[in-house]
Design a protein around this ligand. Structure first.
Ligand code: SF4
Length: 454
């Protein structure tokens, strides 16, 4: 299908082809779904929110509820104040959420709607809340929208009473519910009481009970967000998504934070566990040591099938950083590492990983796209591709083994339930990577070389 992609790479500055990202409101909507009894609200036209809901529903295979200011020509010319006022009244009357989280869109940003003043003038029912953030989609990516919505919640809701709640805030960054469950499990094993924000467990992985719950019993509660200012500290995971919210906690409430990569692979999970150890001042329990040892054992056992194989990794910056670290730990050569999010910090981090593992002749690039990645692969092929569903055409066109990871994975089931975080998530990802490479070996080898015992 993509065989018409030319091999010759031409410099492009103003055009992205097959972008490796989506728009800011997708991230804002996703963040808001991780808050209990929250109705995300898109301040723009209905077409935008239809797309945003669709991409989230297709990844998680769960409903992604959201309302819209339903801009038409009038609001586009005269502003969306009356649309928002009517929408907020209707949402509280009809759907009774505890909180409405409003984000903007390209249209409302372009006409300059002032959400601060609109929301200040709203008649909000007693005990209910309305918060907002700005998510202009012509800047950043869905990861920035996620980050902006976190700071939006925090700027409206957090307080400091002066009495510590004894908890540590965990900012997971953009993560599947399976990963958030893994973080909670590790914190529980390390005996660290936490507030997870946002928390998509119980919402985007809700079980089939036979009864539809409009607001499932998951998500960070409003009192939990309010008490973030009373936390002992913040462990922020994934710099591109979580640094700005962590810095806000420090600046606003003097809550200290530690900034770590998302715990994917051995060394990044070690960093998370050691940060928790400093909080709990307890020994790392055997269960975690055992998992770590199993992951290392798996990597050593399969080393002969993996070592020196070239891999291209693409997707969201924080996830890709973790996957690159895992790949290097396994002995893979991360030949191409890209994200569509325009953050140069990403390139620096990946280059630091290349230096740490002494790999050369590898490329890292932020603000890139899948067309460019495909061209690089045409010029110098790789043995494996790791990334979202959108890499499927490249994998097919170039006949490359493909491991799905990150957001979105639209064409498979069950991924959001399973972790890539923690040692257990590392075991899962390593098993997928090793399996993909060995399947290819089995497919291509001569009949007499088809091994049964490895
Ligand atoms: S118009 Fe803007 S906000 Fe709406 S879907 Fe497109 S990029 Fe996203």
């Amino acid at each position: 299908m993509l065989d018409l992609t030319p091999k010759e790479v031409m410099a492009r500055t103003a055009l992205r082809i097959n972008p490796c990202k989506t728009c800011q409101p997708v991230g804002a909507l996703f963040c808001a779904l991780g808050v209990r009894k929250c109705m995300p609200h898109s301040h723009g036209s209905q077409g935008c929110v239809s797309y945003h809901r669709t991409v989230l529903s297709r990844h998680f295979k769960e409903p992604a509820i959201a309302a819209s200011s339903s801009f038409t020509e009038g609001a586009s010319v005269f502003g969306g104040r009356s649309n928002l006022t009517t929408a907020v009244k209707n949402i509280f009357d009809m759907y009774n959420p505890d909180i409405i989280a409003v984000h903007t869109t390209c249209l409302s940003e372009t006409i300059g709607d002032d959400l601060n003043s609109y929301i200040a003038d709203l008649k909000i029912p007693e005990g209910k809340k309305v918060v907002h953030c700005n998510t202009p989609s012509y800047a950043g990516s869905h990861i920035m929208g996620f980050s902006n919505m976190m700071t939006g919640f925090m700027s409206y809701l957090t307080k400091k009473t002066g009495a510590s709640n004894g908890k540590t805030a965990i900012f997971p960054g953009w993560a599947n519910p399976g990963d958030i469950r893994q973080l909670k499990k590790i914190c529980s094993l390390m005996n660290v009481p936490i507030i997870m924000f946002p928390d998509h467990t119980g919402v985007m992985d809700a079980p089939m009970t036979g009864k539809y719950e409009f607001y499932p019993e998951g998500g960070t509660t409003i009192p939990e967000i309010a008490s973030l200012g009373d936390c002992k500290g913040v462990v922020a995971l994934g710099e591109i998504a979580s640094l700005a919210p962590a810095e806000m906690m420090k600046k606003k409430w003097e809550v200290p934070f530690v900034m770590l990569p998302q715990p994917i692979g051995v060394s990044f999970t070690d960093q998370f566990v050691m940060a928790l150890r400093l909080v709990s001042k307890t020994e790392v329990p055997w269960e975690l040591e055992e998992q770590r040892g199993q992951l290392v054992d798996l990597m050593i056992d399969a080393h002969q099938w993996v070592y020196g194989k070239k891999v291209a990794i693409f997707g969201d910056p924080d996830t890709v950083e973790g996957l690159t670290s895992l790949a290097l730990e396994m002995g893979l050569v991360p030949k191409y590492v890209i994200t569509g999010t325009p953050k140069e910090e990403f390139t620096k981090k990946i280059n630091r990983l290349f230096s740490k593992y002494s790999v050369t002749d590898c490329k890292a690039k932020a603000n890139s796209d899948l067309f460019e990645l495909h061209q690089w692969i045409k010029n110098e092929p790789v043995d494996l591709l790791i990334g979202t569903t959108y890499g499927k055409q490249i994998a097919k066109a170039e006949d490359i083994p493909f491991v799905r990871a990150g957001f979105p994975v639209l064409d498979r089931y069950g991924g959001p339930l399973m972790p890539i975080f923690g040692y257990e998530g590392g075991i899962r990802m390593a098993e997928k990577i090793i399996g993909a490479l060995m399947d290819r070996e089995d497919r291509d080898c001569a009949d007499e070389d088809l091994e049964i015992v490895m």
